[in-house]
Design a binder for this molecule. Sequence first.
Ligand code: AMP
Length: 280
Amino acid sequence: VKVVHTIEKFRGELAELQRPLGLVPTMGAIHEGHMALVRRARSENAALAVSIFVNPSQFGVHEDYESYPRDMDSDLARLRDADVDMVFAPSIREMYPDGFDTYVGLGEIASRLEGEFRPGHFRGVATVVTKLIAIARPDRAYFGQKDAQQCLVVKRLNADLNLGAAIVVVPTVREAGGLAISSRNVNLSPKERKAALVLYQSLCLASDLATSVASETRRQMRELIEAEPLAQIDYVSVADPASLKELDTLSGPALVSVAVRIGQTRLIDNITINESSASA
Ligand code: AMP
């Protein structure tokens, strides 16, 4: 694996590689969720680049930018083992040099769910993803279903700004008990890790309920999560999988998503239910 830190070097090296090129954008602290994207991208492309950049512009002022886990040595070892061709690990200055003054403006999809609880988050995500795609010009870029709304925002952005990459969404990787793997899981104490199972349990409950009344699903999910003393709900959503508007009636596919704080750690998860049923 070749590790580069500047845009110029990254572009120069990419030009030497075979096509198609796959790009996996990450914030590092590589785990099995990231590796699922890497393996999928490896299998579908002649060349594979992974970016590692903890993007300050997608963190709110009171969020965990400073304490976000970082482990470059272990990341590089894992990516080397997975036969990644290039790792792009730019500095903040490289991505946001003096005078940087352009951010991607987003519409409705970005305003819901995470957008409501993390104002400015998707503006930062959209800006850095646009930059990474513009820099690497990949044939395919890979994102995890774990961040379902991010996938929608990125697909929209890629289409609307004609970025030209195929956006590939990879299913969520979970631990044995169902907890979605996340870089932030390292912040959970053993007790909190147990409590965090309530996210996936609430999603499974939504999937098992026979009701067609979405508010009833949300109510029962909330009840389950609220029974866990360490859990604080940001949102419980049963929404249209394309528009993310909250549903009244469950007659077709629905994106069920939750954001829950377990102690100091904010976790998100989602599943799609009624996938095979036709929408009304
Ligand atoms: P991050 O480093 O957290 O920004 O994640 C980089 C990419 O990996 C994003 O597209 C995430 O959606 C994806 N990802 C993170 N965790 C998982 C997981 N458990 N399963 C699948 N994809 C994941």
